[in-house]
Design a protein around this ligand. Structure first.
Ligand SMILES: Nc1ncnc2c1ncn2[C@@H]1O[C@H](COP(=O)(O)OP(=O)(O)OP(=O)(O)O)[C@@H](O)[C@H]1O
Ligand SMILES: [Mg+2]
Length: 411
């Protein structure tokens, strides 16, 4: 989340239907013609009053979180995003007070490090959405801290970090995520999105990408980062008009062109992630040869042919899938990536398709191979970029890796 790193996009609001009332220095965006729990928040006050009542959330003091993370020790950094750094910490299971490392429950504390209203707005959206929503495929928000200029978020700790870590970090070539786990993650994340889009919730996530899919110890996927989430259109409205925000390579083309946001924009982003899972390539990778920088553009022509699909499948997956199931997943990705939003499936349909695939015996080829490729060894690499992610490997040591595509970009 956040707005100071590269993959994030915003475009001039002039053609996106945003009223001048909201197009101010704070870059606030609006729902077309209706109010929502997030959008109805006025832009200036920054107080507890903006937070929707949620009996599930604890309000932490800054000192408590300082203690829980041992003064935000640099060696407890789990990762960094546009919003700020994420630290590992410990709290008592019942009292939620800071405890010694190794006792109580492990938490992840995200600390906003940017000035300005956009950061506060994303922090507030996260608190208000995750404070109200609960689902096995959404990360659990335990609480928050709002004290003076401090803005923090306290989550359940996700021991396997983000999907991005597993697909793209250094060393992932030998410790590649197996086919069956990739499919499990795809299904879990699809269920999270389907829940958000469901009739009761009607939320558009808007920032679906591998770094926002977190994994628990069993590779259950949970969505995090609701900073850009919006209520879906109400009544007979077909879309929500917003300032265009999201991440290059993931945002749906019609949304980038018009600012018209629908649940089908998330479906497009899901298609991009499915393609990343199939190919092991990043959505945008400037280190590839010309013509291969944009994953969707490069891979699309290969997706509907059984013979040609091998050209895009991740070589690390060899021998783990049946060609039929790979073909079906590729087809599903292709549908999600339809240029015309109305031809994309709903997330509920995607869930059904992925469930059927995983129910079928032929989906996985060699379980033994997968167990082998899952066994992880320690990789010690040095972070080279501003953004970094560290997660403990099976030896309990931290592994760091560079994130080539993770800087924000404004148009
Ligand atoms: N609850 C959590 N448990 C474990 N690790 C986490 C948790 N939340 C975040 N992280 C780690 O911290 C990293 C940074 O997260 P953050 O959401 O701030 O940024 P990002 O998603 O990587 O990038 P962006 O700013 O573009 O959203 C994640 O990629 C993940 O590795
Ligand atoms: Mg994130």
């Amino acid at each position: 989340m956040g707005n100071c790193f590269g993959t994030r996009i915003t475009v001039s609001p002039s053609h996106t239907g945003v009223t001048s009332k909201y197009v101010s220095t704070d870059g606030n965006d609006v729902l077309s013609g209706s109010s929502s729990k997030v959008e109805s928040v006025p832009p200036t006050p920054r107080s507890e009053g903006e937070i929707l009542l949620s009996p599930n959330l604890k309000s932490f003091s800054f000192n408590e979180l300082k203690m829980a993370t041992r003064n935000f020790r640099p060696d407890s950094v789990l990762g960094e995003g546009g919003f700020g750094s994420v630290f590992k910490g410990w709290i008592d299971e019942n009292a939620f007070t800071a405890t010694k490392p190794g006792s109580g429950i492990v938490i992840a504390v995200k600390r906003l490090n940017q000035e300005g209203f956009q950061g506060h707005k994303e922090w507030l959206a996260e608190v208000n959405y995750l404070g109200q929503l609960s689902h096995p495929n959404l990360v659990r928000l335990i609480g928050y801290c709002l004290e003076d200029e401090h803005r923090l978020l306290v989550y359940e700790f996700m021991p396997r970090g983000s999907l991005e870590n597993h697909l793209f970090r250094r060393g992932s070539y030998i410790q590649s995520l197996a086919w069956s786990f990739r499919m499990k993650v795809a299904l879990g994340a699809a269920k999270g999105l389907a829940f958000l889009h469901g009739a009761e919730t009607k939320v558009i996530y808007r920032d679906f990408k591998t770094s926002n899919i977190l994994l628990d110890s069993e590779y259950n996927a949970k969505l995090s980062d609701f900073g850009l989430a919006r209520d879906g259109p109400t009544g007979d409205k077909s879309h929500v008009s917003t300032r265009v925000m999201g991440t290059y390579g993931y945002a749906a083309p019609e949304y980038v062109a018009t600012g018209h946001l629908t649940a089908r924009s998330d479906v497009y982003s899901f298609g991009v992630v499915l393609l990343e899972l199939l190919s092991g390539r990043r959505a945008i990778d400037k280190n590839r040869p010309p013509g291969e920088h944009n994953l969707v553009e490069w891979a699309k022509p290969y997706l509907n042919s059984k013979r040609r699909i091998f050209n895009i499948l991740d070589a690390r997956l060899e021998g783990q899938y049946s060609i039929n199931s790979a073909q079906k997943v590729a087809n599903l990705a292709l549908q999600c990536l339809s240029a015309e939003a109305k031809f994309r499936p709903t997330m509920a349909e995607v869930v059904t398709a992925l469930e059927q695939l995983q129910g079928s015996k032929e989906s996985t080829r060699n379980a033994k191979d997968e167990r082998n490729s899952e066994r992880r060894t320690h990789s010690s690499t040095v972070p080279r970029q501003r953004k970094r992610n560290t997660h403990e490997d099976s030896n309990g040591k931290a592994a760091s890796y560079p994130r080539p595509s993770a800087s924000p970009l404004y148009e």
